[in-house]
Design a protein around this ligand. Structure first.
Ligand code: BV8
Length: 225
């Protein structure tokens, strides 16, 4: 068995009670992306943005991993060192389910970042705009998440793994945010077999060789086994 690269999105955490972005009533229907998920929005109103992430941090801290997270952790154990999870999610439910090789390309809710010196630390449950950085004391702290227009994390490592993949699976993502939405093409170009597991067809469903539709807690354990 060669390398398996799995991309996950908000849909894998939906049954753990965490909101998705673009489903009916999703996060982007409650907040404008420009206001809460861009550097410009943060510069305009840091309190609004910190509160948006404080609310999600509290919800994520209370959430528990579901059967889909656990199935992927089992797959990593069964194929030690051959399964990489790249997640767009900023919750830590993959790790809570026991997954070890997880790359958070859009950052993590439970980490804070100093825009001044680049220091990262465990985020307090409630961050305020003038929290001083523990390292340089500057009041330049922000959630350690990747906003629109910012460079996602771990890109060169992710692209290396996609070039080397035998199987690429996308789980619970609408395929509307780049560069993640193009990973299926990167993997297919490298000869990988591509699989989409989602509640509904994503925007890039036609790029996948194999598709399974349904709730993640139902279709992911079956696909893993
Ligand atoms: C970049 C922050 C350059 C963290 C997020 C114009 C100007 C500037 C940029 C752009 C532009 N045009 C295009 C771009 C690029 C832009 C982009 O893609 N825009 C889109 C809107 C067109 N991308 C960027 O700016 C990225 N940076 O491009 O930098 C670069 C590129 C490469 C290399 C170097 C530099 C940065 C993107 C990251 C933005 N940050 N969030 C946070 O708040 O969480 S994006 C946001 O969307 C989240 O991170 C989320 O993870 C991500 C993707 O959403 P999904 O996970 O797919 O969730 P969604 O709700 O959409 O879908 C849920 C799916 O689950 C659905 O399909 C549903 O059917 C399914 N589902 C639901 N329930 C279940 C289920 N499936 C199974 N079971 C269930 N029960």
């Amino acid at each position: 068995m060669g390398k398996i690269v799995i991309l996950t999105g908000a849909g894998i955490s939906a049954e753990s009670g965490l909101g998705t972005f673009r489903d009916e009533g999703g996060l982007w229907s409650q907040h404008r992306i420009e206001d809460v998920a861009t550097p410009e929005g943060f510069a305009r109103n840091p309190t609004l943005v910190q509160n948006f992430y404080n609310t999600r941090r509290t919800q994520a801290a209370r959430a528990r991993p579901n059967g889909a997270h656990r199935a992927l952790a089992r797959l990593q154990r069964d194929y030690a060192g051959q399964v990489l999870i790249v997640t767009q999610n900023v919750d830590s439910l993959h790790e809570a389910a026991g997954a070890e090789d997880v790359l958070h390309m859009h950052g993590q809710l439970d980490r804070a970042l100093c825009s001044g010196c680049g220091h990262r630390w465990a985020a307090p449950e409630n961050m305020t705009p003038d929290d001083p950085c523990p390292a340089c004391a500057a009041p330049l702290t922000r959630p350690d998440v990747v906003w629109f227009g910012e460079m996602p994390y771990h890109m060169s490592e992710i692209w290396d793994h996609l070039r080397d993949a035998d199987i690429f699976a996308a789980i619970g993502t609408s395929g509307q945010v780049y560069p993640a939405a193009a990973f299926v093409q990167d993997a297919a170009r490298a000869g990988a077999h591509t699989v989409e597991l989602n509640l509904d067809p994503s925007s890039v469903v036609s790029d996948f060789a194999e598709t399974h539709f349904g709730k993640a807690t139902q279709i992911v354990p079956i696909w893993v086994d």
